[in-house]
Design a binder for this molecule. Structure first.
Ligand SMILES: C[S@@+](CC[C@H](N)C(=O)[O-])C[C@H]1O[C@@H](n2cnc3c(N)ncnc32)[C@H](O)[C@@H]1O
Length: 392
């Protein structure tokens, strides 16, 4: 496999020295030889070699760090396939231990950069596994990955491959092993959910990267004996989880009739009562509702369309947070607000919330964890940020 030595931009060198793992598009990276799937840069000052996965087709990220080594003539002995197999085996073994005690059938076996697999995720829903590739690099190693996966896990029945687009949206699902199921049922912390392998549905119907957040909420006893308003509820995962963990009642709001149907199927499947759903815009609900809630959870998309205008999640809170507080039980109300945007730091989110209402006091933080870890030098990977707030 062709490995080429390359020069990189001085600004990228600074970032690499801060452990940032990407080379973005610039006049240096655009000249990397297109036919080399792997490239390396020799840091002469530090006598280190940086090996990268080359991705000429990606619009923004041209290469992702695979390893750094001080080994002499490392380029001569570099055997990528062997390293790939060894690394995959090690991660599957480590994650396998975590999976056993996870109480879930939905699980991230690879979580990109944090697991040493830049631009690649592997998620399982029971015996169905889905590779999600953000980097076009991985396409050429599909067979190697699937062979290794099957040799390590005897529960693999079905495998899908999904390319994510350069803008980060999910691309088409391609079935590469087993039957094209379209949907399945899985259990997460005692709740059954229908999950979808169907392009028409746009996502799986359950966000597994939020499982750790749900677990943290349970540990805090957030829902016990309280009612919940779940805003941007999607298929209602937080509502069902709350009901299983002591909530008295939940009300979910989302504009998607498709997800409402799934919500009602899941409600029936779990034999849960006292869970209602409004199909509509959160902003309209907040203007019109007269109900009171002890917990209000708000998990908006990073960019919203409100009254035909695009609005950032921060602008949404500037405009609607006080309306939310209006519906909150004044005595024992808790707000759980999310800002799922990697470019907004937790400290800025906190500052903004306090600016909007200085009576709010932070009681805790929520974020990625367990099978979905974060590396501090890679902000892009830290995209889930939640705060638990009370009025003081
Ligand atoms: C990131 S998902 C929420 C995930 C969900 N809270 C969970 O993890 O279970 C965002 C949801 O917001 C909904 N949505 C987007 N804009 C909305 C709006 N203005 N009013 C109501 N729902 C909206 C979408 O239909 C989508 O289901």
């Amino acid at each position: 496999m062709k490995l080429a030595r390359v020069s990189i931009h001085p600004a990228t060198i600074k970032e690499l020295h801060k452990n940032h793992p990407h080379i973005t598009s610039d006049r240096y990276s655009l000249c990397f030889p297109k036919n080399a799937p792997l490239v390396y840069w020799y840091d002469e000052k530090k006598d280190k070699k940086y090996f990268f996965l080359h991705d000429p087709l990606h619009q923004k990220i041209k290469a992702r760090l695979w390893k750094v080594t001080v080994e002499k003539r490392a380029e001569d002995s570099f055997d990528f396939i062997k390293e790939l197999n060894d690394r995959f085996e090690r991660v599957l073994e480590e994650k396998g231990q975590l999976f056993k005690s996870s109480e879930r059938e939905n699980f991230f076996w690879l979580f990109g950069e944090a697991d040493g697999f830049p631009g690649l995720r592997l998620i399982s829903f029971n015996d169905t596994f889905v590779f999600q590739a953000e980097s076009f690099f991985w396409k050429q190693f599909k067979d190697v990955l699937i062979k290794k996966l099957r040799s390590m896990r005897n529960d693999v029945q079905c495998v899908y491959w999904q390319e994510r687009t350069s803008s980060g949206e999910s691309g088409k699902l391609e079935k590469i092993l087993g039957d094209d199921l379209k949907q399945a049922t899985i259990n997460e912390f005692g709740v059954n959910y229908t999950v979808f392998f169907d392009d028409a549905k746009k996502d799986f119907g359950l966000f597994t990267d939020m499982a750790f957040v749900r677990k943290e909420m349970k540990q805090r006893g957030l829902f016990e004996g309280r009612n919940l308003l779940n805003l941007f509820a999607h298929t209602g995962a937080f509502s069902f989880f709350a009901m299983k963990n002591g909530a008295t009642q939940t009300h979910s709001v989302d504009l998607s009739p498709t997800w409402m149907d799934v919500f009602y199927q899941n409600r029936e499947h779990n034999k849960l009562e006292n869970c209602t759903y409004t199909v509509g815009k959160v902003e309209d609900y907040l203007e019109e509702s007269k109900d009171t809630f002890q917990v209000i959870l708000c998990d908006p998309p990073p960019v919203l369309t409100i009254k035909e205008k695009k609005m950032s999640v921060m602008n949404f809170y500037q405009r609607y947070l006080n309306k939310m507080i209006h519906l909150l039980d004044k005595e024992k109300g808790t707000l759980v607000l999310f800002c799922n945007n990697h470019s907004i730091k937790m400290s800025d989110f906190e500052k903004e919330i306090k600016k909007i209402n200085n009576k709010l006091k932070i009681k805790g933080y929520l974020g990625l964890g367990e099978d979905c870890t974060v590396i501090s030098s890679f902000n892009e990977g830290n995209y889930i940020k939640g705060v638990i707030l009370e009025i003081c």
